[in-house]
Design a protein around this ligand. Structure first.
Ligand SMILES: Nc1ncnc2c1ncn2[C@@H]1O[C@H](COP(=O)(O)OP(=O)(O)OP(=O)(O)O)[C@@H](O)[C@H]1O
Length: 915
């Protein structure tokens, strides 16, 4: 091995290990902050490791599959095969197996090739796949078969790999990646007749092109994702789905609410998906991509997605994805499935984010008839609760955190399944959730599992269950790879549920713009997913749910004179610093933090700390030269000051100064001794090349970087609990609060209002003012524990009557990013958005809390905008965001981050009015 491996240069190998790759478990992953339980969605999301960088084609060359005579796996010409490392092979520790789509081994790749690839595969520097040139379906004895082997690598490693894989580039390389298999298939060699014409329905190419354009546009923006989902599901006429003939309802005593027609359609569809049957004869409808084919010798099954033929009966998955839009009643639909299938023994496990746990309990209470369904909410292993206890109920409700905490697996390297042996050993120590053989498992808000490496994703996938469901309004959030992760959890449509196959058959060809793959994606979605939206119509052309209308109002607010003065001072300071940043080529993090201050000023001058104004008025300090300062040498006070600053950055959704991505930043935020904030992985990477702060060129090293303490998300304590009694605290001056109160005073006494802001400190101020005005309010915060959330929501949902008017809250204060997704707050019909947010989708989600089934009144949305400030510019940027997001998906992730950085630079220029 040594002599063969020496073909890769040691310097390039060093570069690979510098890039964070090693064939040993990486240090950075083990030094991750420990999990904090029960802190809600945000916590669950923070726990996700970053999504993997998508790899790109590097080279394709021709080689062989050898040792074919020893194995039973059959392959057709053009079929994709997976290449898996087999370090335990007793003859060759470099061995690489060739496996067909049914999971059977076909052979190995030649020893010499394996020796050159094994270590790079182990380091996860490359991924490889094969496409058969030869075949062994003809019944003849084969020893070896030709195969095109493609190597893929992360774009950031391509340069280093040029040296490492120079031998492959010099082979008679088939330089292009192979085209996707044409899906009209001919496997006449398979002891049968030709079967051309079997496959996915041929679509019309222009429509496909449009679809691909749409796919390229998927990004963070919810509306974009919705549009793409809508176009992907457009050829399925959901209005014609058959109704369930005898659904649970008032008449049969199972429910206290009758289901709506679209819900009984879903119920029938789900029952069919829980009882799939293989096609019996040639010509029968395909099921999970399997068709029956006529053979000379005997009939066989053919997978039309992978072209794999086999005689054995394929195993079908049971379940699917309910992807109805927000507020269409997915909870009741799922509960009706539990009731309709009660005769099949076993319990259903519902896994959801903490924020919606109480919604499940409430929906059972509201809609299921008394005594028809037993349920239990499980918060984690505790005394006396065993698997046996759980099995006795019809429904167990639990959180993703509980599943992740009990999962008998460690997050595996590369997202590959952990070795069965290890999992088996761990099973003994697994918690009760993993000891039950569930009838059904349901992942609610299942899009939180789009990262295959996250422990909760792997935990859910590892639960033992006969049937598996995912509920989510957004199955594709960032890219079609999200869907791959969901399929893995569902174990459906084999082998597309394996990440390797999903990548090979869908992601890579989609990225190349191959229409066949778009067609496969569309067929896959048609097979496993049901989606309706508020706009969907029934067979008669009426909307499936009738909702009251929404009216939008933009309310201009004038800053008072004093605030205006401070605002102008900060604006001027920001302009100067921005100009300096352009001239010196330094980063713009300081300017970004000024922007946050300006946005706070639009709400109230008192939100901006005095120290910030003092700093602004001082001349810009010179950057100190000399050695990097280590955090350990700082005084405890200075350390605490940095931590406080970092906490504030996190609360304010600051962006990382390197990648300019606030979503990445909150996953692992850190701060330098000079007070600049970054994602930890970003700054770690930067320091490999230059030991300087990217913001001010101040010398730094890894010891100069501080992360938040592991237990930094304390349980929510109402900051105003004491202030409710304390009369010495006075409300601050704020034109926006004045405006809000003006409206609240004129709204009818029985109307309720939601008030959203990004800044919790502002919501504190609103609370003080409402107290002073004698108005009853309540507060929802992402850090509240489950029972507190439930208490707050049920209190708010209680209708106002003349009797309780004095003690029932009319207003709920809620942070824009508090994990409110999935909440039912239909008691309110007015929504105030106090500060415009960059992504209009977040605001749309906020409005959906109110504009959903159960809403009886017209909904009014008020957007408070401070006149002649950055806020109006933010709105303009919001409108243009779609186009920027579109670019982000087209390019590789490195490029897209550059684009984002550049785009943000342009935005800043516009916001500050700099030419
Ligand atoms: N058949 C029905 N009749 C009356 N009300 C219903 C019916 N089905 C559901 N609802 C009510 O509609 C509201 C929305 O339902 P639900 O919370 O299940 O929506 P959802 O599809 O899960 O939305 P999200 O994706 O936001 O979680 C709830 O208040 C629920 O009680």
């Amino acid at each position: 091995m040594e002599s063969l491996m020496s073909q890769g240069s040691s310097s390039s190998r060093n570069s690979l290990s510098q890039a964070g790759l090693s064939n040993r478990p990486s240090k950075s992953s083990s030094s991750k902050r420990p999990r904090e339980e029960n802190n809600g969605v945000k916590q669950e999301e923070e726990d996700n490791p970053p999504l993997p960088e998508m790899d790109e084609h590097f080279v394709t060359f021709r080689t062989d599959v050898v040792g074919v005579q020893y194995y039973r796996g059959l392959v057709g010409r053009g079929e994709y095969v997976m290449l898996r490392r087999q370090p335990e092979n007793q003859y060759d520790s470099n061995a690489v197996q060739v496996i067909n789509a049914s999971g059977s081994q076909v052979g190995h790749i030649p020893r010499t090739v394996a020796a050159r690839l094994a270590e790079l595969m182990d380091m996860s520097a490359i991924t490889v796949e094969g496409r058969m040139v030869g075949q062994n379906l003809d019944g003849a004895k084969h020893y070896k078969m030709g195969m095109d082997l493609s190597i893929y690598a992360k774009p950031s490693l391509k340069e280093v790999l040029q040296t490492e894989l120079s031998w492959a580039l010099n082979e008679t390389a088939v330089q292009k990646p192979p085209p996707t298999a044409s899906l009209s298939i001919s496997v006449s060699g398979f002891k049968g007749h030709g079967n051309s014409g079997v496959g996915l329905p041929a679509g019309d190419e222009p429509a496909m092109k449009k679809l691909l354009e749409g796919l390229k546009q998927i990004g963070e923006d919810q509306k974009q994702a919705d549009n793409v989902m809508d176009s992907l599901t457009s050829d399925v006429d959901v209005s014609k789905l058959p109704l369930h003939p005898n659904p649970p309802g008032i008449a049969n005593g199972q429910l206290s609410t009758d289901m709506l027609p679209h819900q009984t359609q879903a119920l029938k569809w789900m029952i069919e998906r829980e009882n799939p049957t293989l096609p019996k004869a040639p010509g029968d409808k395909q099921v999970q991509f399997w068709v029956k084919q006529k053979g000379d010798y005997k009939d066989y099954f053919l997978n039309v997605a992978t072209k794999t033929p086999q005689y054995d009966e394929p195993v079908l998955g049971k379940g699917g994805i309910i992807a109805d839009g927000m507020g269409l009643g997915k909870t009741l639909t799922m509960l009706s499935l539990v009731l309709a299938t009660k005769k099949d023994k076993g319990a259903t496990l519902i896994v959801c984010p903490l924020s919606v746990l109480s919604n499940w309990e409430k929906q059972i209470g509201d809609h299921v008839a008394h005594g028809q369904m037993t349920h239990y909410t499980y918060h984690g292993a505790s005394k006396g609760v065993t698997a046996k206890t759980l099995e006795q109920y019809d429904v167990i409700i639990t959180t993703y955190n509980a599943v992740a905490a009990e999962a008998p697996i460690e997050p595996a390297k590369n997202g590959s399944p952990t070795k069965a042996k290890k999992a088996k050993g761990a099973a003994a120590s697994a918690g009760p959730l993993f000891k039950v053989k569930w009838k059904r498992v349901v992942a609610d808000e299942g899009h939180v599992m789009r990262n295959p490496k996250a422990k909760m994703t792997q935990g859910f996938a590892a639960l033992q269950a006969d049937r598996r469901w995912i509920c989510t309004g957004t199955p594709i959030v960032n890219s079609p790879s999200d869907l791959g992760s969901l399929l893995t959890c569902l174990r459906i449509c084999k082998p597309l549920d394996q990440p390797d196959y999903f990548k090979t058959l869908l992601l890579r060809p989609l990225k190349r713009g191959d229409p066949t793959a778009a067609r496969l994606l569309q067929a896959l979605i048609g097979e496993v997913l049901l989606r309706r939206t508020k706009e969907s119509k029934d067979a008669k052309g009426n909307k499936i749910i009738e909702l009251p209308g929404i009216e939008y109002f933009r309310v201009g607010v004038k800053l008072d004179e004093e605030t205006r003065k401070v605002y102008d001072e900060i604006l001027e300071g920001s302009r100067q610093r921005f100009q300096e940043a352009i001239e010196t080529g330094q980063g713009t993090a300081n300017v970004l933090s000024m922007l946050t201050r300006m946005r706070q000023l639009c709400l109230s001058a008192q939100l901006v700390p005095q120290s910030f104004l003092d700093d602004l008025r001082r001349p810009i300090p010179k950057v100190p030269a000399g050695p990097a300062i280590s955090i350990s040498s700082l005084t405890p006070e200075k350390k605490e000051e940095l931590i406080a600053k970092l906490r504030q950055y996190v609360e304010e959704d600051t962006e990382c100064g390197v990648c300019y991505d606030e979503a990445e930043f909150v996953k692992r935020p850190c701060i330098t001794d000079c007070g600049h904030a970054f994602c930890y992985p970003c700054i770690e990477r930067v320091l490999l090349t230059a030991p300087l702060c990217p913001m001010d060129r101040h010398p730094i090293g890894l010891p100069s970087i501080l992360e938040l303490p592991p237990d930094d998300t304390p349980e929510y304590v109402d900051p105003l609990e004491s202030s409710r009694k304390d009369t010495s605290l006075l409300p601050v001056k704020s034109a926006k609060i004045d405006e809000l109160v003006k409206y609240l005073k004129v709204f009818p006494g029985d109307e309720k209002t939601l008030v959203f802001s990004q800044f919790t400190s502002f919501l504190d101020q609103v609370a003080l003012r409402l107290k002073a005005e004698g108005m009853e309010w309540t507060r929802f915060d992402g850090r509240m524990n489950a029972s507190k959330r439930q208490q707050v929501i049920s209190e708010f949902q209680r209708p106002i009557t003349p009797k309780n008017a004095k003690s029932t809250p009319r207003v709920m204060l809620i942070s824009l990013k508090s994990g409110a997704v999935g909440l039912n707050l239909t008691a309110a019909s007015n929504v105030f958005l106090c500060d415009p947010w960059w992504q209009s989708a977040i605001e749309a989600q906020a409005i959906d809390r109110v504009h959903r089934m159960g809403q009886k009144k017209e909904v009014r949305v008020f957007q408070l905008i401070a006149e002649d400030t950055v806020e109006s510019a933010v709105l303009d940027i919001q409108k243009r965001k779609d186009a920027l997001v579109a670019k982000a998906f087209e390019k590789s992730s490195k490029e897209s981050k550059m684009t984002k950085k550049e785009a943000r630079f342009e935005e800043l220029k516009e916001l500050l009015g700099v030419q």
